[in-house]
Design a protein around this ligand. Sequence first.
Ligand code: NAG
Length: 421
Amino acid sequence: MAAAQFRRERTRIAVARALFFFSFSCLISLSGAGRLPSSRQKLEAHKHLKRINKPAVKTIQSRDGDTIDCVHISHQPAFDHPFLKDHKIQMRPSYHPEGLYDESKVSTKETTNPVTQLWQMNGRCPEDTIPIRRTKKDDVLRASSVKRYGKKKHRTIPQPRSADPDIVHESGHQHAIAYVEGDTYYGAKATINVWEPKIQQPNEFSLSQIWILGGSFGEDLNSIEAGWQVSPDLYGDNNTRLFTYWTSDAYQATGCYNLLCSGFIQINSQIAMGASISPVSAYRNSQYDISILVWKDSKEGHWWMQFGNDYVLGYWPSFLFSYLADSATMIEWGGEVVNSEPNGQHTSTQMGSGHFPEEGFGKASYFRNIQVVDSSNNLKAPKGIGTFTEQSNCYDVQTGNNGDWGHYFYFGGPGRNPNCS
Ligand SMILES: *[C@@H]1O[C@H](CO)[C@@H](O)[C@H](O)[C@H]1NC(C)=O
Protein backbone atom coordinates (compact mmCIF):
# COMPACT_ATOMS: atom_id res chain seq x y z
CA MET A 1 0.00 0.00 0.00
CA ALA A 2 1.36 3.45 -0.87
CA ALA A 3 2.34 5.55 2.12
CA ALA A 4 -0.25 8.25 1.48
CA GLN A 5 -3.01 5.72 1.09
CA PHE A 6 -1.78 3.99 4.22
CA ARG A 7 -2.06 7.27 6.17
CA ARG A 8 -5.56 7.80 4.77
CA GLU A 9 -6.59 4.35 5.95
CA ARG A 10 -5.29 5.14 9.43
CA THR A 11 -7.21 8.41 9.49
CA ARG A 12 -10.35 6.63 8.38
CA ILE A 13 -9.86 4.10 11.13
CA ALA A 14 -9.52 6.88 13.68
CA VAL A 15 -12.74 8.49 12.44
CA ALA A 16 -14.58 5.17 12.54
CA ARG A 17 -13.39 4.61 16.10
CA ALA A 18 -14.62 8.01 17.18
CA LEU A 19 -18.03 7.16 15.74
CA PHE A 20 -18.08 3.82 17.52
CA PHE A 21 -17.26 5.50 20.82
CA PHE A 22 -20.01 8.00 20.24
CA SER A 23 -22.54 5.25 19.69
CA PHE A 24 -21.36 3.65 22.91
CA SER A 25 -22.15 6.71 24.92
CA CYS A 26 -25.76 6.23 23.82
CA LEU A 27 -25.99 2.69 25.14
CA ILE A 28 -29.23 1.40 26.46
CA SER A 29 -28.53 -0.92 29.33
CA LEU A 30 -30.44 -4.17 29.41
CA SER A 31 -31.75 -6.30 32.21
CA GLY A 32 -29.39 -7.68 34.81
CA ALA A 33 -29.56 -11.38 35.64
CA GLY A 34 -33.00 -12.48 36.67
CA ARG A 35 -34.99 -9.45 35.54
CA LEU A 36 -37.41 -9.73 32.68
CA PRO A 37 -36.63 -7.64 29.62
CA SER A 38 -38.90 -4.65 29.10
CA SER A 39 -40.75 -4.13 25.84
CA ARG A 40 -38.18 -1.42 25.02
CA GLN A 41 -35.37 -3.95 25.40
CA LYS A 42 -37.24 -6.49 23.29
CA LEU A 43 -37.65 -3.91 20.57
CA GLU A 44 -33.92 -3.08 20.70
CA ALA A 45 -33.11 -6.78 20.50
CA HIS A 46 -35.47 -7.22 17.57
CA LYS A 47 -33.84 -4.36 15.67
CA HIS A 48 -30.38 -5.72 16.40
CA LEU A 49 -31.36 -9.17 15.13
CA LYS A 50 -32.72 -7.67 11.94
CA ARG A 51 -29.36 -6.00 11.41
CA ILE A 52 -27.09 -8.99 12.08
CA ASN A 53 -29.13 -11.95 10.77
CA LYS A 54 -28.94 -12.01 6.98
CA PRO A 55 -31.54 -13.49 4.60
CA ALA A 56 -30.92 -17.22 4.12
CA VAL A 57 -30.82 -19.14 0.84
CA LYS A 58 -31.33 -22.31 2.89
CA THR A 59 -31.75 -23.05 6.59
CA ILE A 60 -30.44 -26.07 8.49
CA GLN A 61 -31.65 -27.09 11.96
CA SER A 62 -28.93 -28.61 14.10
CA ARG A 63 -29.77 -31.14 16.79
CA ASP A 64 -28.06 -28.95 19.42
CA GLY A 65 -30.82 -26.36 18.89
CA ASP A 66 -28.82 -24.09 16.58
CA THR A 67 -30.25 -22.73 13.37
CA ILE A 68 -27.67 -22.45 10.60
CA ASP A 69 -28.50 -19.99 7.82
CA CYS A 70 -26.78 -20.47 4.47
CA VAL A 71 -26.28 -16.83 3.46
CA HIS A 72 -25.08 -15.73 0.05
CA ILE A 73 -21.38 -14.96 0.37
CA SER A 74 -21.86 -11.36 -0.79
CA HIS A 75 -24.62 -10.74 1.81
CA GLN A 76 -22.53 -11.68 4.84
CA PRO A 77 -22.21 -9.26 7.82
CA ALA A 78 -18.73 -8.08 6.74
CA PHE A 79 -20.29 -6.05 3.94
CA ASP A 80 -22.18 -3.85 6.38
CA HIS A 81 -18.79 -2.25 7.03
CA PRO A 82 -18.48 1.08 5.22
CA PHE A 83 -14.89 0.30 4.15
CA LEU A 84 -15.97 -2.96 2.55
CA LYS A 85 -18.65 -1.53 0.29
CA ASP A 86 -16.55 -2.04 -2.84
CA HIS A 87 -14.43 -4.89 -1.54
CA LYS A 88 -13.78 -7.71 -3.96
CA ILE A 89 -13.86 -10.99 -2.03
CA GLN A 90 -10.60 -12.88 -2.26
CA MET A 91 -11.57 -16.51 -2.75
CA ARG A 92 -8.19 -17.93 -1.80
CA PRO A 93 -5.03 -16.70 -0.09
CA SER A 94 -2.09 -15.70 -2.29
CA TYR A 95 0.34 -17.42 0.06
CA HIS A 96 0.03 -20.35 2.39
CA PRO A 97 2.82 -20.92 4.93
CA GLU A 98 5.07 -23.93 4.49
CA GLY A 99 4.92 -26.25 7.50
CA LEU A 100 7.35 -28.13 9.67
CA TYR A 101 4.98 -31.01 10.09
CA ASP A 102 2.86 -32.58 7.42
CA GLU A 103 -0.22 -33.12 9.55
CA SER A 104 -1.52 -35.88 7.33
CA LYS A 105 1.69 -37.80 8.02
CA VAL A 106 2.13 -37.12 11.73
CA SER A 107 1.14 -40.46 13.18
CA THR A 108 0.48 -39.89 16.83
CA LYS A 109 -1.18 -43.18 17.53
CA GLU A 110 -3.55 -41.75 20.10
CA THR A 111 -4.85 -38.70 18.27
CA THR A 112 -6.11 -39.21 14.78
CA ASN A 113 -9.79 -38.70 15.43
CA PRO A 114 -11.56 -36.28 13.10
CA VAL A 115 -13.60 -33.51 14.66
CA THR A 116 -16.63 -32.12 12.85
CA GLN A 117 -19.48 -29.74 13.49
CA LEU A 118 -22.78 -31.13 14.71
CA TRP A 119 -25.00 -29.21 12.26
CA GLN A 120 -23.26 -30.86 9.27
CA MET A 121 -25.20 -34.06 10.02
CA ASN A 122 -28.41 -32.31 8.96
CA GLY A 123 -27.36 -30.73 5.68
CA ARG A 124 -24.88 -28.71 3.69
CA CYS A 125 -24.79 -25.16 2.49
CA PRO A 126 -24.93 -24.63 -1.29
CA GLU A 127 -22.01 -23.21 -3.26
CA ASP A 128 -21.57 -19.42 -2.99
CA THR A 129 -23.15 -19.38 0.46
CA ILE A 130 -21.60 -19.44 3.92
CA PRO A 131 -23.10 -21.06 7.03
CA ILE A 132 -23.91 -18.56 9.80
CA ARG A 133 -25.21 -19.49 13.24
CA ARG A 134 -28.43 -17.52 13.59
CA THR A 135 -28.58 -15.18 16.57
CA LYS A 136 -31.84 -15.54 18.50
CA LYS A 137 -33.67 -13.07 20.69
CA ASP A 138 -32.70 -14.90 23.88
CA ASP A 139 -29.02 -14.74 22.88
CA VAL A 140 -29.18 -10.97 22.70
CA LEU A 141 -31.32 -10.58 25.83
CA ARG A 142 -28.74 -12.51 27.89
CA ALA A 143 -26.14 -9.81 27.16
CA SER A 144 -25.64 -6.87 29.51
CA SER A 145 -26.73 -4.64 26.64
CA VAL A 146 -27.70 -5.12 23.03
CA LYS A 147 -24.58 -3.32 21.87
CA ARG A 148 -22.28 -5.44 24.04
CA TYR A 149 -23.70 -8.67 22.63
CA GLY A 150 -20.90 -10.65 20.98
CA LYS A 151 -18.14 -8.57 22.57
CA LYS A 152 -15.68 -9.49 25.28
CA LYS A 153 -15.51 -7.46 28.44
CA HIS A 154 -12.49 -5.18 28.56
CA ARG A 155 -9.04 -6.23 29.71
CA THR A 156 -9.26 -9.92 29.21
CA ILE A 157 -5.83 -10.29 27.71
CA PRO A 158 -3.20 -12.26 29.60
CA GLN A 159 -0.27 -9.99 30.38
CA PRO A 160 2.62 -12.29 31.16
CA ARG A 161 4.90 -9.62 32.56
CA SER A 162 2.33 -7.80 34.61
CA ALA A 163 3.25 -8.86 38.12
CA ASP A 164 0.80 -6.39 39.62
CA PRO A 165 -1.60 -8.54 41.66
CA ASP A 166 -4.24 -5.81 41.61
CA ILE A 167 -4.46 -5.94 37.84
CA VAL A 168 -4.48 -9.72 37.90
CA HIS A 169 -7.38 -9.90 40.33
CA GLU A 170 -9.33 -6.90 39.14
CA SER A 171 -10.18 -8.44 35.80
CA GLY A 172 -11.44 -11.77 37.14
CA HIS A 173 -9.96 -13.48 34.12
CA GLN A 174 -7.47 -16.27 34.69
CA HIS A 175 -5.08 -17.78 32.21
CA ALA A 176 -2.60 -20.59 31.79
CA ILE A 177 -0.63 -19.88 28.65
CA ALA A 178 2.59 -20.31 26.71
CA TYR A 179 3.87 -17.31 24.73
CA VAL A 180 6.64 -15.86 22.59
CA GLU A 181 7.56 -12.22 22.08
CA GLY A 182 10.47 -10.05 20.98
CA ASP A 183 10.30 -10.81 17.27
CA THR A 184 7.91 -10.01 14.43
CA TYR A 185 5.41 -12.77 13.74
CA TYR A 186 3.23 -13.32 10.71
CA GLY A 187 1.03 -16.04 12.10
CA ALA A 188 0.76 -19.03 14.41
CA LYS A 189 -0.46 -22.58 14.39
CA ALA A 190 -1.34 -25.22 16.96
CA THR A 191 -3.26 -28.42 17.38
CA ILE A 192 -5.61 -27.97 20.31
CA ASN A 193 -7.10 -30.76 22.43
CA VAL A 194 -10.91 -30.40 22.61
CA TRP A 195 -12.84 -30.77 25.89
CA GLU A 196 -16.10 -29.61 27.40
CA PRO A 197 -15.11 -27.93 30.67
CA LYS A 198 -17.78 -27.40 33.35
CA ILE A 199 -18.86 -23.81 33.89
CA GLN A 200 -20.04 -22.89 37.38
CA GLN A 201 -21.96 -19.67 36.58
CA PRO A 202 -23.71 -18.80 33.31
CA ASN A 203 -21.76 -15.51 33.11
CA GLU A 204 -18.41 -17.32 33.19
CA PHE A 205 -16.68 -19.03 30.27
CA SER A 206 -13.77 -21.34 29.57
CA LEU A 207 -11.76 -21.33 26.37
CA SER A 208 -8.63 -22.65 24.67
CA GLN A 209 -7.20 -20.47 21.94
CA ILE A 210 -4.38 -18.79 20.05
CA TRP A 211 -3.83 -15.02 20.45
CA ILE A 212 -2.07 -13.05 17.71
CA LEU A 213 -1.17 -9.74 19.33
CA GLY A 214 0.09 -6.41 18.03
CA GLY A 215 1.10 -3.31 19.95
CA SER A 216 1.64 -3.01 23.67
CA PHE A 217 -1.03 -3.84 26.23
CA GLY A 218 -2.51 -0.37 25.96
CA GLU A 219 -5.83 1.01 24.81
CA ASP A 220 -4.97 0.26 21.20
CA LEU A 221 -3.97 -3.39 21.54
CA ASN A 222 -4.69 -5.41 18.39
CA SER A 223 -5.70 -9.03 18.78
CA ILE A 224 -6.85 -11.88 16.54
CA GLU A 225 -8.04 -14.93 18.43
CA ALA A 226 -9.27 -18.40 17.50
CA GLY A 227 -9.98 -21.64 19.29
CA TRP A 228 -12.83 -23.34 21.12
CA GLN A 229 -14.98 -22.07 23.97
CA VAL A 230 -17.83 -22.96 26.31
CA SER A 231 -19.83 -19.82 27.03
CA PRO A 232 -23.40 -20.15 28.35
CA ASP A 233 -23.95 -16.38 28.13
CA LEU A 234 -22.98 -16.15 24.49
CA TYR A 235 -24.61 -19.35 23.20
CA GLY A 236 -27.21 -20.38 25.80
CA ASP A 237 -25.73 -23.83 26.42
CA ASN A 238 -22.61 -25.67 27.59
CA ASN A 239 -21.47 -26.95 24.19
CA THR A 240 -17.90 -26.64 22.98
CA ARG A 241 -17.86 -24.28 20.03
CA LEU A 242 -15.38 -23.09 17.43
CA PHE A 243 -14.86 -19.35 17.77
CA THR A 244 -12.86 -16.39 16.59
CA TYR A 245 -12.45 -12.89 18.02
CA TRP A 246 -10.79 -9.71 16.89
CA THR A 247 -10.25 -6.22 18.28
CA SER A 248 -8.09 -3.27 17.33
CA ASP A 249 -8.63 -1.24 20.51
CA ALA A 250 -8.18 -3.61 23.44
CA TYR A 251 -11.80 -4.89 23.42
CA GLN A 252 -13.38 -1.45 23.67
CA ALA A 253 -15.37 -0.42 20.59
CA THR A 254 -14.07 -2.56 17.75
CA GLY A 255 -14.38 -6.26 17.08
CA CYS A 256 -16.49 -9.18 18.23
CA TYR A 257 -16.84 -12.93 18.31
CA ASN A 258 -17.36 -14.86 15.07
CA LEU A 259 -19.50 -13.00 12.52
CA LEU A 260 -21.42 -11.02 15.15
CA CYS A 261 -20.17 -7.73 13.71
CA SER A 262 -18.76 -6.74 10.36
CA GLY A 263 -15.07 -7.46 9.87
CA PHE A 264 -14.19 -11.08 9.11
CA ILE A 265 -14.89 -12.17 5.54
CA GLN A 266 -15.83 -15.83 5.33
CA ILE A 267 -15.33 -17.81 2.12
CA ASN A 268 -15.95 -21.34 3.40
CA SER A 269 -19.33 -23.06 2.96
CA GLN A 270 -18.68 -25.98 5.33
CA ILE A 271 -17.65 -24.57 8.71
CA ALA A 272 -19.79 -22.25 10.83
CA MET A 273 -18.14 -19.97 13.38
CA GLY A 274 -19.71 -20.34 16.79
CA ALA A 275 -21.17 -23.77 15.94
CA SER A 276 -20.64 -26.80 18.19
CA ILE A 277 -17.77 -29.15 17.47
CA SER A 278 -17.88 -32.81 18.30
CA PRO A 279 -16.91 -35.21 19.61
CA VAL A 280 -15.03 -33.90 22.64
CA SER A 281 -12.33 -35.75 24.57
CA ALA A 282 -13.12 -37.89 27.59
CA TYR A 283 -10.95 -38.51 30.66
CA ARG A 284 -8.80 -41.66 30.23
CA ASN A 285 -10.59 -42.20 26.94
CA SER A 286 -10.61 -41.04 23.31
CA GLN A 287 -8.84 -37.74 22.65
CA TYR A 288 -9.85 -35.27 19.97
CA ASP A 289 -8.06 -32.19 18.72
CA ILE A 290 -8.43 -29.44 16.13
CA SER A 291 -5.69 -27.56 14.37
CA ILE A 292 -5.88 -23.86 13.78
CA LEU A 293 -3.61 -21.74 11.63
CA VAL A 294 -3.78 -17.96 11.38
CA TRP A 295 -1.37 -16.21 9.01
CA LYS A 296 -0.80 -12.94 7.24
CA ASP A 297 -0.91 -13.08 3.49
CA SER A 298 2.26 -11.26 2.45
CA LYS A 299 0.69 -10.06 -0.81
CA GLU A 300 -2.66 -8.54 0.25
CA GLY A 301 -1.81 -8.17 3.94
CA HIS A 302 -5.01 -9.86 5.15
CA TRP A 303 -4.97 -12.26 8.10
CA TRP A 304 -6.30 -15.67 7.06
CA MET A 305 -7.61 -18.51 9.16
CA GLN A 306 -7.57 -22.24 8.48
CA PHE A 307 -9.40 -24.90 10.49
CA GLY A 308 -7.99 -28.45 10.28
CA ASN A 309 -6.03 -29.33 7.15
CA ASP A 310 -8.82 -28.69 4.70
CA TYR A 311 -10.84 -25.65 5.60
CA VAL A 312 -9.66 -22.14 4.82
CA LEU A 313 -12.39 -20.16 6.56
CA GLY A 314 -11.67 -16.63 5.36
CA TYR A 315 -9.81 -13.52 6.40
CA TRP A 316 -9.69 -10.36 8.47
CA PRO A 317 -8.92 -7.48 6.10
CA SER A 318 -5.74 -5.64 6.98
CA PHE A 319 -7.49 -2.26 7.35
CA LEU A 320 -9.31 -3.46 10.51
CA PHE A 321 -6.02 -3.18 12.37
CA SER A 322 -3.27 -0.69 13.15
CA TYR A 323 -0.29 -2.69 14.50
CA LEU A 324 -1.41 -5.94 12.93
CA ALA A 325 -1.55 -4.21 9.56
CA ASP A 326 2.24 -4.73 9.76
CA SER A 327 2.93 -7.77 11.91
CA ALA A 328 2.32 -9.33 15.32
CA THR A 329 4.69 -8.74 18.20
CA MET A 330 3.51 -11.50 20.49
CA ILE A 331 1.83 -14.89 20.18
CA GLU A 332 0.05 -16.66 23.02
CA TRP A 333 -1.47 -20.13 23.22
CA GLY A 334 -3.52 -21.51 26.10
CA GLY A 335 -6.61 -21.27 28.27
CA GLU A 336 -8.70 -18.55 29.86
CA VAL A 337 -11.60 -18.67 32.30
CA VAL A 338 -13.68 -16.00 33.97
CA ASN A 339 -13.76 -16.13 37.75
CA SER A 340 -16.84 -14.17 38.78
CA GLU A 341 -18.02 -15.76 42.01
CA PRO A 342 -19.76 -13.00 43.97
CA ASN A 343 -18.80 -14.29 47.43
CA GLY A 344 -15.04 -14.05 46.91
CA GLN A 345 -14.55 -17.79 46.62
CA HIS A 346 -12.68 -19.03 43.60
CA THR A 347 -14.85 -20.40 40.80
CA SER A 348 -14.97 -24.13 40.12
CA THR A 349 -15.18 -23.42 36.39
CA GLN A 350 -12.73 -25.78 34.73
CA MET A 351 -9.96 -24.90 32.29
CA GLY A 352 -9.04 -27.45 29.61
CA SER A 353 -10.05 -30.87 30.89
CA GLY A 354 -10.39 -29.63 34.47
CA HIS A 355 -7.21 -31.53 35.38
CA PHE A 356 -3.70 -30.26 36.06
CA PRO A 357 -0.86 -30.63 33.51
CA GLU A 358 0.98 -33.21 35.66
CA GLU A 359 -1.63 -35.82 34.76
CA GLY A 360 -0.45 -35.88 31.14
CA PHE A 361 -2.02 -37.38 28.04
CA GLY A 362 -5.62 -38.57 28.14
CA LYS A 363 -6.28 -36.61 31.33
CA ALA A 364 -4.86 -33.10 31.01
CA SER A 365 -5.59 -30.87 28.01
CA TYR A 366 -2.78 -30.02 25.59
CA PHE A 367 -1.62 -27.85 22.69
CA ARG A 368 0.82 -29.66 20.39
CA ASN A 369 2.99 -28.72 17.42
CA ILE A 370 2.85 -25.04 18.30
CA GLN A 371 4.51 -22.98 15.59
CA VAL A 372 4.91 -19.40 14.42
CA VAL A 373 5.03 -17.97 10.90
CA ASP A 374 8.18 -15.95 10.13
CA SER A 375 8.70 -13.09 7.65
CA SER A 376 9.55 -15.58 4.87
CA ASN A 377 6.18 -17.25 5.25
CA ASN A 378 7.61 -20.37 6.93
CA LEU A 379 6.08 -22.16 9.88
CA LYS A 380 8.78 -22.80 12.42
CA ALA A 381 9.29 -23.80 16.03
CA PRO A 382 8.86 -20.85 18.39
CA LYS A 383 12.04 -19.68 20.15
CA GLY A 384 12.18 -18.78 23.83
CA ILE A 385 8.73 -19.94 24.93
CA GLY A 386 7.59 -18.43 28.23
CA THR A 387 4.68 -19.52 30.39
CA PHE A 388 2.27 -17.52 32.52
CA THR A 389 -0.51 -18.23 34.98
CA GLU A 390 -2.02 -15.96 37.65
CA GLN A 391 -2.54 -18.71 40.25
CA SER A 392 -0.85 -22.00 39.44
CA ASN A 393 -2.79 -23.71 42.25
CA CYS A 394 -5.99 -23.06 40.30
CA TYR A 395 -4.83 -23.52 36.69
CA ASP A 396 -1.31 -24.41 35.57
CA VAL A 397 0.81 -24.90 32.45
CA GLN A 398 3.83 -27.13 31.64
CA THR A 399 5.78 -27.11 28.39
CA GLY A 400 7.69 -29.90 26.66
CA ASN A 401 9.30 -30.84 23.36
CA ASN A 402 9.56 -34.11 21.45
CA GLY A 403 9.71 -35.51 17.92
CA ASP A 404 6.04 -36.07 17.13
CA TRP A 405 4.52 -33.22 19.06
CA GLY A 406 7.27 -30.64 18.52
CA HIS A 407 6.81 -27.88 21.09
CA TYR A 408 3.77 -28.69 23.20
CA PHE A 409 2.28 -27.97 26.60
CA TYR A 410 -0.28 -29.34 28.99
CA PHE A 411 -2.43 -26.80 30.78
CA GLY A 412 -5.59 -26.26 32.80
CA GLY A 413 -7.05 -27.25 36.12
CA PRO A 414 -10.19 -27.52 38.22
CA GLY A 415 -10.29 -23.99 39.62
CA ARG A 416 -11.54 -24.19 43.22
CA ASN A 417 -9.79 -26.89 45.25
CA PRO A 418 -8.13 -27.08 48.71
CA ASN A 419 -5.12 -25.10 47.35
CA CYS A 420 -7.23 -22.62 45.41
CA SER A 421 -10.04 -21.02 47.30
C1 NAG B 1 -24.62 -25.81 32.04
O1 NAG B 1 -23.92 -26.47 33.08
C2 NAG B 1 -24.27 -26.05 34.39
C3 NAG B 1 -23.42 -26.80 35.39
O2 NAG B 1 -22.10 -26.90 34.97
C4 NAG B 1 -25.75 -26.32 34.64
O3 NAG B 1 -26.10 -25.82 35.91
C5 NAG B 1 -26.57 -25.62 33.57
O4 NAG B 1 -27.93 -25.96 33.71
C6 NAG B 1 -26.12 -26.01 32.17
N1 NAG B 1 -26.82 -25.19 31.21
C7 NAG B 1 -27.46 -25.70 30.17
C8 NAG B 1 -28.16 -24.70 29.30
O5 NAG B 1 -27.45 -26.87 29.90
